[in-house]
Write a protein that binds this ligand. Structure first.
Ligand SMILES: [Ca+2]
Ligand SMILES: [Ca+2]
Ligand SMILES: [Ca+2]
Length: 370
């Protein structure tokens, strides 16, 4: 795999030299189109078509950043995981993603660096086949930091979306249950012990109430201008281990409170006003302010939930754009690193979003956190 990755990196470097190179921290000179004028995002990175749809972000202990790249717009470019070297700031292909034996495609979404030195990611097969082909995958990494192999650890998922690791378990969201009359999504917890010998399997959705791995469900109230039933999308913990999640289709924002014994209360709604928050995509925790940061794919916005005051605020919002100057173009996963917020622009549009075009500019944005 190392040799293949090196060859691919060389090929992509050559492509970059002909006009699609990644850049960091480029200053922006154009003015904002709309929204809160402070916190204006700037361009963090821009890629050629080998990154035609990026999604997830994580950082390892050394500060290297990993970006998952499902490439839904043009899967002729293989789905992959890119790495930004903490020392040089250079991007390269860390590995291509493992394809599914039925769909022959891969689609890495939420990604998290584990304490064990490996990478874990959600493989979203739902856009190719809705019949439970999505999985949680592990990229096994050796002591030299090179990827050795990729293997499934959790199977039988509908739309594996966000992933977090904590207390010896994988937590992930499944965005669709596809049960008639109920627009459900779910948050799952699968301990590492459950996939020691072979991949763990969650139950089919008809049996969700009996699934020992299911922590709780979300419910989406469909917005007419979107007609999107998508449920639980992003997910994070705060320092006390409480979980936050929200629905992509309607922006209903939930918490699952951690009990003293380490189990979780059922989800309770913290905020439910689609006029202000119509869509929850990526979620991350900003410890310094005790905020949950939320990207809003519909409105090209970044919001925050102030846990102490129980109020929603907006850091930034802009109109439709291709993102070339760093503005948001259907923002998905955010990452807090070194006092900055890096935001991936998914730019793979769905009905009713501000983003009207899967354009040819593929970017990450960055904004300074207060
Ligand atoms: Ca997502
Ligand atoms: Ca774009
Ligand atoms: Ca766009």
């Amino acid at each position: 795999m190392k040799r293949f990755t090196q060859l691919l990196t060389l090929a992509l470097t050559a492509a970059a030299l002909t006009g699609c190179c990644a850049t960091d921290d480029s200053a922006s000179t154009t003015t904002a189109t709309q929204g809160t004028q402070k916190n204006r995002p700037t361009l963090f990175a821009s890629f050629g078509d080998h990154v035609n749809v990026p999604d997830g972000l994580t950082a390892d202990k050394q500060g290297n950043i990993f970006l998952s790249v499902p490439n839904y717009v043009n899967p002729a470019y293989p789905a992959s995981i890119l790495k930004r070297d903490a020392q040089t700031g250079r991007w390269s292909v860390f590995t291509t993603a493992l394809t599914h034996p039925v769909t022959k495609l891969a689609a890495p979404m939420g990604i998290e660096a584990g304490e064990d030195g490996n990478l874990y990611y959600c493989d979203n097969q739902y856009f190719f086949n809705k019949n439970y082909h999505s999985r949680v995958m592990r990229v096994v990494i050796n002591k030299a930091g090179e990827p050795v192999r990729i293997e499934p650890v959790i199977e039988n998922i509908k739309l594996a979306n966000a992933i977090r690791l904590r207390d010896g378990a994988i937590y992930f969201t499944d965005t669709f249950f596809d049960l008639a009359g109920k627009n459900l999504g779910g948050v799952y917890r699968v301990p590492f012990s459950a996939f020691k010998d072979k991949p763990a399997r969650i139950l089919p959705k008809e049996q969700y109430e009996k699934d020992p791995y299911l922590l709780g469900v979300t419910e989406t109230v469909i917005l007419p201008h979107r007609n999107d039933a998508a449920g639980a999308d992003g997910m994070c913990f705060d320092t006390d281990g409480n979980i936050y999640t929200g629905t992509f289709g309607s922006g209903r924002f939930y918490t699952l409170k951690r009990k003293a014994d380490g189990t979780y209360e059922k989800p309770s709604i913290l905020f439910d006003d689609p006029a202000r928050l119509p869509c929850v995509d990526g979620i991350t925790y900003y410890a310094k302010k005790h905020w949950v940061i939320i990207t809003d794919s519909e409105q090209n916005a970044v919001h925050y939930w102030d846990i102490k005051s129980g109020k929603l605020g907006t850091l930034w919002k802009n109109e439709d754009t291709d993102g070339a100057d760093g503005l948001l173009d259907q923002p998905c996963e955010p990452l807090v690193i070194d006092g900055k917020l890096i935001i991936v622009n998914f730019d793979y549009t769905f009905p009713g979003l501000k983003n009207k075009k899967n354009d040819s500019v593929h970017t990450l944005s960055v904004l300074e956190l207060p």
